[in-house]
Design a protein around this ligand. Structure first.
Ligand SMILES: NC(=O)c1ccc[n+]([C@@H]2O[C@H](COP(=O)([O-])OP(=O)(O)OC[C@H]3O[C@@H](n4cnc5c(N)ncnc54)[C@H](OP(=O)(O)O)[C@@H]3O)[C@@H](O)[C@H]2O)c1
Length: 305
């Protein structure tokens, strides 16, 4: 594993983390505790120390599975969660966003994760209208003073939201979580330069383009109803898969599992601290961790430590 500093948080994080939306049951699979325990044992064995979760991956379900899996090892993990949604059932959420909602959700996250603090608490895809609410920010800062939240970040909805990313410094936010992968390079000319200017830690999410950059899907692939990918319009999905296949054929490193190449590709960018691929089993955790060994992940990256 290789490690980088997560911008101004000063946290030393593995370049590959574990994304855990999958545990909430919206990716065509339910998880039992033994399986999740095995995934985090494997992650730890590979040197992974960063976990990205959220309040609405199930109703704090992903957090509860993680909390049980890593109990007794709290100091070995960097736990990142989010706030601003309430999960009522698969693909059915509301957006409670008052200061009191923030406190209630953070307390519920701490209980589920079996911890007294989050290393990173992130705005979860807020629109500009609510994001700039000073009362919410003041409440976050109070949670910070109480030690319940160590650092504050923003998981932006649109990866070109220059307005929110540029406001990070002034609002005391230290990290950005953003969609970035070989199929979606829009942040390179919009938001990533701002992250560099402000020394923000960057978590690249959806780094495998929802799995299409793993190379295993062909045009015409169909997904079960309980898998979020079934909700994409079929023609649009096919177009994305076709685009991914073309890129893989032209650019992927021969002899290397395609998913590993795709993750290492993201980690080349000087602004990107880590990737957080969503994982569904031990083999994916181990395979993704191995991306850190590729030459594309350079030792002279500006955040390397
Ligand atoms: N608004 C937000 O804040 C937000 C939004 C989206 C995601 N996120 C975070 O970012 C994480 C990553 O995004 P994502 O899960 O949407 O997309 P992703 O990481 O691009 O794709 C995840 C999917 O890729 C497949 N996969 C993973 N590793 C693989 C491997 N080694 N080989 C082959 N296939 C592999 C798995 O699905 P199959 O095996 O079924 O193909 C997995 O479900 C999430 O888990 C979540 O933590 C945050």
């Amino acid at each position: 594993m290789k490690y980088r500093v997560l911008g101004r948080t000063g946290l030393r994080v593995s370049v590959v983390g574990v994304g855990t939306w999958q545990f909430g049951g919206e990716w065509g699979k339910t998880f039992d505790q033994d399986e999740v325990n095995a995934m985090f044992a494997a992650a730890r064995d590979c040197g992974i120390n960063l976990i990205d979760t959220a309040e609405c991956y199930g109703d704090h379900l992903s957090e509860a599975l993680i909390g049980a899996a890593i109990e007794g090892q709290r100091d070995q993990w960097v736990l990142c969660s989010k706030f601003g949604h309430h999960f009522h059932g698969p693909f059915n959420r509301t957006e409670p966003r008052s200061p009191q909602d923030l406190v209630t959700q953070t307390e519920a996250s701490l209980r589920a994760l079996r911890t007294d603090h989050l290393d990173l608490q992130q705005y979860h895809s807020w629109g500009d209208d609510r994001f700039f609410d000073d009362d919410v920010l003041a409440t976050l800062q109070k949670l910070q003073q109480q030690g319940k939240v160590r650092h504050i970040g923003n998981s932006v909805s649109s990866n070109t939201n220059v307005k929110q990313v540029a406001a990070s410094d002034q609002r005391g936010l230290q990290t950005i979580q953003i969609i970035y992968n070989r199929l979606d390079r829009a942040p390179e000319t919009t938001t990533l330069p701002i992250c560099q200017q402000q020394n923000l830690g960057v978590l690249a999410r959806v780094p495998l383009a929802s799995g299409y950059l793993s190379g295993k899907y062909q045009v015409g692939a169909r997904f079960d109803q309980g898998d979020v990918r079934s909700r994409q319009e079929a023609a649009q999905r096919d177009q994305r898969i076709a685009q991914a296949q073309q890129i893989i054929a032209a650019e992927a490193t021969p002899g290397v599992p395609v998913a590993q190449w795709a993750l290492a590709w993201c980690l080349q960018h000087p602004a990107v601290t880590c990737v957080i691929p969503g994982c569904k089993d031990v083999a994916q955790v181990r395979g993704n961790a191995a991306a850190a060994d590729l030459d594309l992940v350079r030792d002279d990256h500006p955040q390397a430590r």
